[in-house]
Ligand binder design. Structure first.
Ligand SMILES: [Zn+2]
Length: 451
């Protein structure tokens, strides 16, 4: 059992002063506001719940910055994807664990306490099966165990190279599974996370490019009530190809062919018309937004203003992990809207004027739903996952309540001071407690991959 006391903390009902929190067995056992600290309490100035990172491909952290080089023609998502395929083909199980551990260290340092791994490298470098169908997923689970981050493992169903069941390309051979083979991957994934505290498993049809209507129909049973994630409508070419194949845009097609509800997370959903935006907002599904990656890849801008006006749920993900920082994801999300609409505080709400508060609480609730996390926030029964900010930062000086969130998200750099997972401190002074060892192993792995 451990006691903590915060000068200010963001509770489910809003900011409170003098908050005492008791952790027992990794879970929050009591929260009392307006009270004095007990003599043995650990004291901190500002506490927030840890944020969920709902969409990550951890291995891509290793190629961050390596695709910022102009090719002979016009660079695009599709030329980036070729670089990513070449990188993916050099990663063995040990490299997977080393890179994922580095990415998870940086996620915790950046204010994330749970990650959804949208995991599609299932086969060995020749495309043959590993003895353990979840060999690579087990390495992600091992990296989560090493670093302490909570993991929702989302094994990916990937079968085809384009809409309508087109043959996959050679760059996709490590991703492929039959339905039966994929069922074995899902089962082995459950075994891989079984020993992780708070480990969860969902299922992710990669995209409408990579599955057929028939294979998509198997997904809900395989998910067994867990989250279902899909990449959708990220690129204009994808929308055009979907339309050529089916006569419909991707989001519209999905709603007509699957029971999209609160179990689902539509990752990106960048290109939606007004009807699709309204449908997604009303469905209870979560829009999985990855603003840094979407900007890096030149995807386009999510229809955030109308989606929010319609009450849609969203969460944020670090996706390609080109840069890992929860505050910067939220800032990028709002800034894209400002640039698109030539306006300020586009995602702020009349009932919650602080844009930072709207972004933070939206990403907390939507991310938790998308990752299957039941209890969320600094509340009794939830895992004791929380973040403290460095109160000496200039942009937090003399601020209270929501102004702290606005300072953290819009005016700060690396403001996270401490991070606790299940009441155990994993980040101190902004650095993960095993950063040095993880970084050394990461450098060795990158040396092997890039040699
Ligand atoms: Zn992705």
């Amino acid at each position: 059992m451990a006691g903590f006391w915060f000068q200010q903390a963001l509770l489910p009902g809003g900011w409170a002063d003098g908050v005492r929190m008791v952790e027992q067995g990794g879970v929050i056992a009591a929260v009392t506001a307006g009270t004095a600290p007990e003599p043995t309490d650990e004291r901190h100035a500002i506490a927030l719940p840890g944020l969920p990172n709902l969409h990550s491909h951890a291995f891509q952290r290793g190629m961050a910055g390596l695709a910022e080089v102009r090719g002979p023609g016009e660079d695009s998502f599709w030329t980036w994807r070729e670089v990513m395929y070449r990188f993916a083909h050099r990663i063995g199980p040990d490299e997977m664990q080393a890179i994922a551990a580095m990415a998870f260290v940086e996620m915790l340092e950046g204010g994330f306490t749970r990650v959804g791994e949208f995991h599609y490298i299932h086969q060995d470098v020749d495309g043959a099966a590993y003895a353990n169908p979840a060999e690579m997923g087990a390495k992600l689970a091992a990296a989560a165990a090493e670093t302490g981050i909570a993991l929702t493992l989302l094994p990916v169903l990937y079968q085809y190279g384009g809409f309508g069941g087109q043959a996959p390309g050679p760059g996709q051979k490590r991703f492929l599974n039959s339905i039966d083979g994929f069922a074995r991957v899902v089962e082995a994934s459950r075994a891989a996370v079984a020993t992780l505290p708070d480990g969860l498993v969902g299922v992710a049809p990669h995209s409408l490019r990579a599955v057929t209507p028939e294979s998509l129909s198997f997904v809900p049973a395989l998910a067994a009530g867990g989250p279902i994630h899909i990449h959708i409508a990220e690129q204009i070419k994808e929308v055009a190809d979907c339309h050529a194949w089916s006569g419909q845009r991707p989001v519209a097609w999905l709603f007509d062919h699957a029971d999209v509800d609160g179990q689902w997370c539509l990752v990106h959903a960048t290109h939606m018309d007004a009807a699709e935006t309204a449908k997604l907002a009303a469905s209870g599904a979560v829009a999985g937004l990855c603003p840094i990656t979407e900007a890096n890849l030149g995807d386009g801008i999510f229809n955030g203003r109308d989606y929010q006006a319609a009450g849609g749920l969203f969460g944020i993900g670090s996706d390609s992990n080109v840069l890992i920082d929860a505050a910067e994801e939220l800032r990028s999300m709002e800034y894209a809207q400002r640039l698109a609409h030539r306006a300020r505080n586009v995602l702020g709400r009349a009932d919650t004027p602080s844009t930072g508060r709207v972004l933070f609480e939206g990403a907390l609730a939507g991310g938790a739903r998308a990752l299957g996390q039941k209890d969320v926030g600094l509340t009794v029964g939830a895992a004791a996952d929380f973040v403290t900010l460095d109160a000496t930062q200039p942009s937090l000086a003399a601020r209270r309540g929501d102004a702290l969130l606005d300072g953290f998200i819009f005016a700060g750099q690396r403001m996270v001071d401490g991070v606790w997972r299940r009441g155990r401190r994993v980040v101190s002074g902004g650095r993960h407690i095993v950063r040095d060892a993880v970084a050394a192993r990461y450098r060795l792995a990158l040396g092997t991959i890039l040699s």
